[in-house]
Design a binder for this molecule. Structure first.
Ligand code: NAD
Ligand code: TYD
Length: 361
């Protein structure tokens, strides 16, 4: 692994991974292809370690000539594919963009990789890899007593986002089976940590609480997610790139499954401690239940025994310490927060999803 194309590397997990990769291996050069949609932010890429080994290219993964050129010009041997539309609520209000980016975009990258690595020169196939980043949401929703998702759990995506990710996973698998493209897939649970766009649950709650705004809880708030600190996710991807078996899928999760209300309660308690003099203490009083998300998945949980046993990975961060780090990061980066909220369609989205919420039920 020398020349790595990272797609979506200006987003939340992608930018954390770019930083991780430059740090972990001094020989790797990164080309970062990102369209800078509302979720992409160049401010996520400041202070990169050894930034000379990072090249940013603003562009679309659906642009085949551009992807072809990047593979050729940078002699790419590894693709790590993060770029996607990622917000379930946005997929409910506007699914088309999810199909375009997540399905057609992944298809375009696969075709370009096939063209560059396989066609006419199969000898170049050794040492190349297409690594696809997927999600636990492709497996659907668990009932209270159900066993956690494992790699062989049948796909049952419920939201347009999950369905578009499932479709992209199937394409990746098919390119391995049909054309022999060397692939790996990781399916991960909900991430949190630095640089997450402030419309997702954890940063939204932190920032609203700071300002004394309502903390919006969909429905009864008893939905369960399997939260993972983003650096743990980066390390898991690195392990799979280094030692994962070609053609395999690995589930990644945080081994912790609180309800949304428990997460919000923990965040509020930490904020109460950190900001003792705030007029908004106790922050938990800001919780406001609002109409539920359509088709809201009730419970996700990941069985991570495969990656633990085969690659020796497990999450290092506990939920409480990870949330503390995350709160501290948002408290320490008010300029980043202001930029993210100014750019990127944030205000329009807040109006559409919250102010007008009754209209969309
Ligand atoms: P994000 O929304 O923060 O970032 C997505 C990035 O992709 C942005 O920088 C955006 O500009 C870029 N992008 C979007 N469309 C593009 C296009 N057509 N061409 C090029 N770039 C484009 O997302 P994230 O939370 O960092 O998620 C990254 C990946 O991880 C996604 O594939 C997502 O499905 C997966 N994932 C996310 C989570 C999570 O909790 N956030 C959990 C599991 C899996
Ligand atoms: P989110 O961060 O959007 O991730 P996902 O839907 O992909 O799991 O939401 C996490 C959980 O928080 C999910 O159950 C929906 C819930 N949620 C709220 O209750 N209120 C909110 O304002 C948001 C954004 C999410």
């Amino acid at each position: 692994m020398r020349n790595v194309l990272i797609t979506g590397g200006a987003g939340f997990i992608g930018s954390n991974f770019v930083r991780y990769l430059l740090d972990v291996d001094p020989h790797i050069r990164v080309v970062n292809l990102d369209l800078l949609t509302y979720a992409g932010n160049l401010e996520n890429l400041t202070d990169l370690p050894d930034a000379d080994r990072h090249t940013f290219v603003k562009g679309d993964i659906c642009d085949r000539p551009l992807v072809d050129r990047l593979l050729r010009d940078y002699q790419v041997d590894t693709i790590v594919h993060f770029a996607a539309e990622t917000h379930v609520d946005r997929s409910i209000l506007g699914p088309e963009q999810f199909v375009r980016t997540n399905v057609f975009g992944t298809f375009t990258l696969l075709e370009a990789a096939r063209g560059f690595w396989i066609d006419g020169k199969p000898q170049t196939m050794s040492g190349v890899r297409f690594h696809h980043i997927s999600t636990d949401e492709v497996y659907g929703s668990l009932e209270p007593g159900d066993a956690p998702f494992c790699e062989t759990t049948p796909y049952a995506p419920n939201s347009p986002y999950a369905a578009s990710k499932a479709a992209s996973d199937h394409l990746v698998r098919a390119y391995a089976h049909t054309y022999g493209l060397p692939i790996t897939i990781t399916s991960c649970s909900n991430n949190y940590g630095p640089y997450q766009f402030p419309e997702k649950l954890i940063p939204l709650v932190i920032l609203n609480a700071l300002e004394g705004k309502p903390l919006p809880v969909y429905g009864d708030g008893l939905q369960i997610r399997d939260w993972l600190y983003v650096e743990d996710h980066c390390e898991a991807i690195w392990r799979v790139l280094k030692s994962g078996k070609i053609g395999e899928n690995y589930n990644i999760g945080g081994d912790t499954q609180p309800t949304n209300l428990e997460v919000i309660d923990t965040l509020c308690s930490i904020l109460d401690e950190r900001l003792r003099d705030s007029e908004h203490v106790p922050h938990i009083d800001l919780v406001q239940h609002i109409p539920d998300r359509q088709g809201h998945d009730r419970r996700y949980a990941m069985d991570i025994s495969k990656i633990r046993e085969q690659l020796g990975w497990q999450p290092k961060e506990k939920l409480d310490s990870g949330l503390r780090k995350t709160i501290d990061w948002y408290l320490d980066h008010p300029e980043w927060v202001a930029t993210a909220r100014q750019q990127g369609d944030y205000q329009r989205w807040m109006g559409q999803n919250y102010t007008n919420r009754k209209d969309i039920q």
